[in-house]
Ligand binder design. Structure first.
Ligand code: NAP
Length: 289
């Protein structure tokens, strides 16, 4: 008899995410077990419950999803979950707190459809948030020359150092973007701009964006008006706006949802997967084939 696909949803928030639950069901999960207020200290019993109930041959029918609104908390939960595994006693796990991994993967894949990222000049504006950091890391891994934008030169430098420590040979430049002039200097010769700023904040005006003569792809992840990249329509999905291919947050969101569902389905192919940004990006890339 084939076993039911069980997903154990671990969420550090007071109420486990309904969004994550609905996507799990839509991805074909048979049984969803939702846990809220989960802490790294409390994760062991939950993971043991997943590991010790089905024999090793059937462990790939059980998987763990780590969500919640706090990405740092999600990272800590992922570390605690993986630390519980030993030998063949493990289940596959995916981390996508606040949608950061799936969103960053979808944004970088959108850029890669139009520009060979290897050697490309790419600026990530507001690269210090969870989505921007991951997008910058994925871009650097693809061989892009990445500018890390932040209102604080110090924070940009910290992100740049953190990525360099994880990724040998990453080509990164930290850029302070606290004035329109500094922001323009960071994007002036970019072929791709990804705006990963907080909701409802314009990072680059439409006039300045139009002055970027090398620009080929503009991707804005902020769905709340005003747009993060002035003039980029929130629903744009590979829309040619004046010779620049544009994606808005809803345009990227469609791909993000496809990647999220494919990643959940992938969890049940074996019991030894740990899906973080890079693995989720690869799943997105596989969908493009
Ligand atoms: N389409 C989707 O499905 C989807 C999914 C998840 C997230 N998102 C969107 O993706 C974007 C990035 O998400 P996130 O969670 O990484 O964002 P976040 O942490 O809220 O903000 C990212 C960065 O924006 C900058 N920022 C914050 N307030 C600002 C202000 N008033 N003016 C200028 N810059 C400001 C900060 O960088 P500095 O302080 O270093 O400048 C911050 O680190 C958000 O707009 C989010 O809504 C979209």
């Amino acid at each position: 008899m084939s076993k039911a696909k069980i997903l154990i949803q671990l969420d550090g928030d007071a109420q486990a995410s309904v969004f994550d639950a609905v996507v799990a069901v839509d991805s074909g999960v048979d049984q969803l077990l939702r846990h809220d207020g989960v802490t790294p200290e409390g994760v062991r019993e939950l993971v043991h419950g997943a590991m010790f109930t089905r024999g090793p041959k059937h462990l790939h029918h059980t998987a763990i999803f780590i969500g919640g609104s706090n990405v740092a908390a999600g990272e800590a939960l992922l570390e605690a979950v993986v630390a519980c595994f030993f030998g063949p006693m493990r289940v596959s796990v995916m981390m996508d707190a606040s949608g950061a991994n799936t969103t960053a993967a979808a944004a970088v894949l959108a850029a890669a459809r139009h520009v060979d990222l290897s050697g490309a000049k790419v600026t990530v504006l507001a690269a210090t948030g969870p989505v921007g950091r991951r997008a910058a890391r994925l871009l650097a891994r693809e061989g892009a020359e990445v500018r890390i934008g932040s209102r604080s030169g110090e924070r940009a430098g910290q992100v740049s150092e953190a990525i360099s420590a994880q990724l040998e040979g990453a080509r990164l430049t930290a850029c302070e973007t606290s004035t329109p002039e500094q922001t323009f200097a960071a994007v002036e010769d970019a072929e791709v701009i990804i705006a990963a700023g907080a909701a409802g904040v314009e990072l680059l005006s439409e006039q300045d964006r139009q002055r970027c003569k090398s620009l080929r792809v503009a991707i804005d992840l902020n769905a709340v008006p005003p747009a993060g990249l002035g003039g980029v329509a929130v629903t744009a999905a590979a829309l040619d706006q004046g010779g620049v291919i544009c994606y808005g947050a809803i345009g990227v969101g469609g791909d993000k949802m496809k990647i999220h569902k494919a990643a959940i389905r992938r969890l049940y192919e074996s019991n030894d997967q740990v899906l973080d940004a890079e693995q989720i990006f690869q799943i997105g890339r596989d969908l493009e084939k």
